[in-house]
Design a binder for this molecule. Structure first.
Ligand SMILES: Cc1cc2nc3c(=O)[nH]c(=O)nc-3n(C[C@H](O)[C@H](O)[C@H](O)COP(=O)(O)OP(=O)(O)OC[C@H]3O[C@@H](n4cnc5c(N)ncnc54)[C@H](O)[C@@H]3O)c2cc1C
Length: 382
């Protein structure tokens, strides 16, 4: 067992950090305040190669491993200080692009992946519905085959990149009687007849990442845009995608925890009370120590999950554990960070206030903490 990254990985991490510090960090607080996605920042990240990482070279990708894609996420979280950007990046690369790469036909891959890898077409995943969040098998959107098309009807909600995306992987019921076993995946382009972006959702955190409903009203999806096998969508699309989401997409939270810890140490050394730096108080050191412990343990859980995926090991419980642990401790660490900053941590003057709002999404999106505990628990007793 070797716990070190290679020299190449270290250099890669450093280059992404430098890029993020230069191109993403400036204006991040304003984008949060204004809930504004910045296409220029996106395009620069695409030019840098961040949208293409995991995809094979023949589709415009860079062929990066899961570990290296995770490292890029970690570096973005550390250098960019823009959780919303990381969320949009993750939704595009991981939950939008990966299912097309993993399950698509050769034609689908040739058609969509080069545009996704170039960041030219922004992508996302449409699974959640107003009546079906945790209970994803309960989705109501239907897809009925007719004259070379599947006709989709229904509404998706909370879709990351909804207002800015050009192509979405959408899950719909092809056999409504069958629950999970009646769901099929489709690749839906923004220009398809009957498809529209619904109401935009105004969020508490991750505000530079746009979120909206997607609406399908007799939306005509060419039959060749079915993704994977009919009625296998839940298992194939949802589970493959969510497993990636519960590993690679979390890396940014780890980078975020690292920079937050560094900022807290700096603040604690500078801020003086009772005639001495607050860092000299053991109670403050304990909070820092907990943050360091959560950061290190998060890192190793994530690396194991990424390593598993690179070896082709499918382990839903490990991915759930990774998602549960990293997001729960990121929230606790964000709370400590505010506590260390005292009243100033509760103001817009310091980024810790934003981190706390951002961190709350982790325990909700991509399957809540309760659902992750359920997955882990039922695996333990199986
Ligand atoms: C900012 C944001 C971005 C998102 N992006 C996307 C996206 O790109 N694509 C997409 O498809 N979805 C997306 N989602 C949706 C997200 O995955 C869902 O919000 C999440 O799965 C929870 O569903 P829900 O909000 O309907 O909550 P509910 O399922 O209604 O849950 C409410 C509460 O009940 C609990 N609960 C529910 N069932 C159980 C149970 N069986 N046992 C114990 N507790 C339970 C939950 O844990 C939670 O505490 C996004 C959400 C947000 C907030």
């Amino acid at each position: 067992m070797d716990f070190r990254h290679t020299e190449e990985q270290e250099l890669f991490y450093k280059s992404v950090v430098e890029f993020a510090q230069k191109e993403i960090q400036p204006g991040a607080a304003e984008r949060d305040e204004e809930a504004r996605f910045d296409r220029d920042v996106w395009d620069k990240a695409a030019d840098f190669g961040l949208m293409s990482l995991p995809f094979p070279e023949e589709y415009g990708g860079s062929g990066a491993s899961v570990m290296d894609t995770s490292l890029a996420g970690e570096a973005l979280g550390y250098g960019g200080l823009d959780a919303g950007f990381c969320l949009s990046w993750g939704a595009h690369v991981v939950i939008g692009g990966i299912p097309i790469w993993q399950l698509g036909t050769e034609e689908q891959k040739q058609k969509y992946l080069p545009k996704i890898a170039a960041g030219e077409w922004i992508s996302g995943l449409g699974l959640t519905e107003p009546e079906a969040g945790s209970d994803a098998g309960g989705i109501l959107t239907t897809a009925v085959k007719k004259d070379g098309y599947y006709v989709l009807n229904g509404t998706k909600t909370f879709i990351t990149n909804g207002p800015i995306g050009e192509v979405f992987v959408v899950l719909a019921k092809t056999d409504p009687e069958k629950g999970h076993a009646g769901i099929t995946g489709f690749i839906v382009e923004k220009g398809f007849k009957g498809f529209s972006v619904g109401k935009e959702i105004h969020k508490t955190g991750n505000r530079s990442s746009p979120t909206s409903e997607l609406v399908f009203e007799d939306c005509e999806v060419p039959a060749e845009n079915m993704l994977g096998e009919e009625n296998q969508g839940f298992l194939q699309v949802a589970m493959t995608t969510l497993e990636w989401e519960r590993s690679v997409m979390l890396a940014a939270a780890i980078g975020g925890q690292q920079i937050q810890l560094e900022e807290c140490i700096k603040y604690a050394k500078e801020r003086r009370q009772f005639g001495r730096p607050i860092a000299s108080f053991q109670a403050v050191q304990f909070m820092l120590a907990d943050m360091k412990m959560w950061l290190e343990t998060s890192r190793w859980i994530l690396y194991k999950t990424a390593w598993n995926k690179d070896q082709g090991i499918m382990d839903h419980a490990q991915a759930a554990l990774s998602k549960l642990y990293i997001t729960e401790v990121a929230l606790k660490a964000a709370r400590n960070a505010i506590q260390i900053h005292g009243g100033y941590g509760y103001t817009k003057e310091y980024a810790v206030e934003r981190s706390y709002r951002d961190a709350q999404l982790g325990v909700l999106g991509g399957g809540t903490s309760e659902i992750q505990r359920w997955i882990i628990g039922r695996t333990l007793i199986a």
